[in-house]
Design a protein around this ligand. Sequence first.
Ligand SMILES: [Zn+2]
Ligand SMILES: [Zn+2]
Ligand SMILES: [Zn+2]
Length: 126
Amino acid sequence: MRNETCAECGRVLLEEEATEFEGRVYCPECLDSLTTFCRYCGDRIFRDDNEGSSDTPLCYGCYENYYTHCGRCGELIHNDRAYYMDDLDDVPYCEHCYHILYRADPAGDIPHLYGSLRSARNREIG
Ligand SMILES: [Zn+2]
Ligand SMILES: [Zn+2]
Ligand SMILES: [Zn+2]
């Protein structure tokens, strides 16, 4: 049995402490501080590679496929919760911003809650 050392802090590790990730071995503490889990698929990812937010960590693939950012406040939103001002508008908004913008738009009709909610699937086809 060879002794592994943590790639981050250099500590010599017991066999059961060593976790290999992306080709390097880490101690539990470093692994915990360097990595987190994608909220969507559960894969371990480096925090530096987190495409989501600190509340909702996401791997690149899950962010690309299922999430976007609000065009007004920058909040991470699931595609199913993204609102669009109209069918020609490609900028997604969170529910909060959507209602603020909708109210500020004098041409807008009475806003109904899910009026402009479009699914990601529809957008990819369209
Ligand atoms: Zn370490
Ligand atoms: Zn993921
Ligand atoms: Zn927003």
